[in-house]
Design a protein around this ligand. Structure first.
Ligand code: 3HC
Length: 315
């Protein structure tokens, strides 16, 4: 009987309007897939018009890639019309109050800083409809800590997508001890409607994927720091010997070396102290810190690169 009750509650409150905060790589990707695959009414919000237009350009580029393949028989004009149609369907605003006016679900993908996330959610808690669900796309912070800013703790969870969002099939749905069954089911349902496969995890550090990937990338960096093998050979080894689509250094460049360093430092300051994560797993790396200090942040740094260089001409 409990199950039937929970299902009907979800049916009563089907999510239609979704607001995404943060128009960076993750937020733009989530907004894109929500609009394109999920057919949700999507609003994308960020603090500046520049951030919003950058987000629109990320979406447009990704959809252009998708259209080239999915609409191979259509003309370039038809492909462009399809891309523009989806971009135009995503409302953009720098006004956070307007962004959540009639929202059913807020997905936050702003800077990985617990204080800033709490400020945003605390503000939205007083502005969004009382029954709207709030979710954070944080990859390394505690959902429970972020949810501390709101009254609606039963309607708060984690919704963690992966980079590149249009391509990666997974969403981690995170339940805190206070997340209600209805909220959890609604988040699972949204992930499925986006064409993703959701998995469930409690509010543990790094959830599933980053808990394994971050120490793995650090171990790869240490192996190279000890002079045991070259960056290229470690990547080749993991691709051809373990079947990974990318080696750990290519992956680190994709994630962003600043992001990787930031996650590890955050964990050293919190989860290592509590004993939740082993100190060795995320021990500071000189090689990584030197690259970050030089502004070599990975793929997003283009020519400057990270572990590898990404000249503009080479697609
Ligand atoms: N938008 C649309 N399409 C994209 C895309 C994007 N942003 N990025 C790649 N694609 C498409 C390509 O067009 C191509 O399509 P096709 O197969 O129909 O021709 C397809 O994806 C494959 O791309 P490529 O041929 O360029 O390269 P790969 O075959 O190597 O695939 C990859 C790229 C999907 C990124 C693959 O290498 C991969 O899965 N890598 C691992 C990525 C990963 O582990 N991500 C998780 C990072 S951790 C994270 O995000 C957590 C965060 O919180 C830190």
């Amino acid at each position: 009987a409990a199950r039937a009750f929970s299902t009907s509650m979800v049916a009563d409150k089907e999510v239609k309007n979704v607001t995404v905060f943060g128009a960076g790589l993750m937020g733009a990707g989530i907004a894109q897939v929500l609009a394109h695959k999920g057919k949700f009414n999507v609003t994308l919000s960020d603090v500046t018009d520049k951030a919003l237009s950058n987000g629109q350009s990320i979406i447009s580029k990704s959809l252009t890639r998708i259209a080239k393949k999915a609409m191979a028989d259509s003309s370039a004009e038809e492909q462009a019309t399809f891309v523009q149609g989806i971009v135009d369907s995503i409302k953009v605003t720098t006004d956070p109050e307007a962004a959540v006016q009639d929202t059913d679900l807020v997905i936050e993908a702003i800077i990985e800083n617990v204080g800033i996330k709490k400020d945003l959610f605390g503000f939205l808690d007083g502005k969004a409809p009382k029954d709207a669900i709030f979710a954070s796309n944080t990859s390394s912070l505690s959902i429970t800590d972020v949810a501390d800013a709101v009254e609606r703790k039963d309607r708060f969870g984690g919704f963690h997508a992966f980079n590149p969002v249009p391509q990666m099939k997974l969403v981690e749905v995170i339940r805190t001890t206070k997340t209600s069954d209805e909220t959890y089911e609604a988040l699972m349902d949204v992930a499925k409607r986006m064409g993703k496969v959701p998995v469930t995890c409690v509010d543990a550090p790094g959830f599933i994927v980053n808990r394994l990937l971050v120490p793995y990338m650090f171990e790869a960096i240490r192996l190279v720091e000890r002079g045991e093998a070259s960056i290229k050979d470690v990547d080749t080894a993991m691709k051809l010997g373990a079947g990974y689509p990318m080696g750990p250094f290519e992956l680190a460049d994709l994630v962003g070396l600043d992001t990787l360093s930031h996650i590890a430092k955050g964990w050293r300051d919190t989860r290592v102290k509590t004993g939740e994560i082993h100190a060795e797993a995320v021990k500071e790396s000189k090689l990584l810190e030197d690259l970050v200090a030089q502004g070599k942040l990975g793929k997003k740094s283009g020519e400057k690169g990270g572990f590898y260089e990404y000249p503009a001409a080479k697609k």
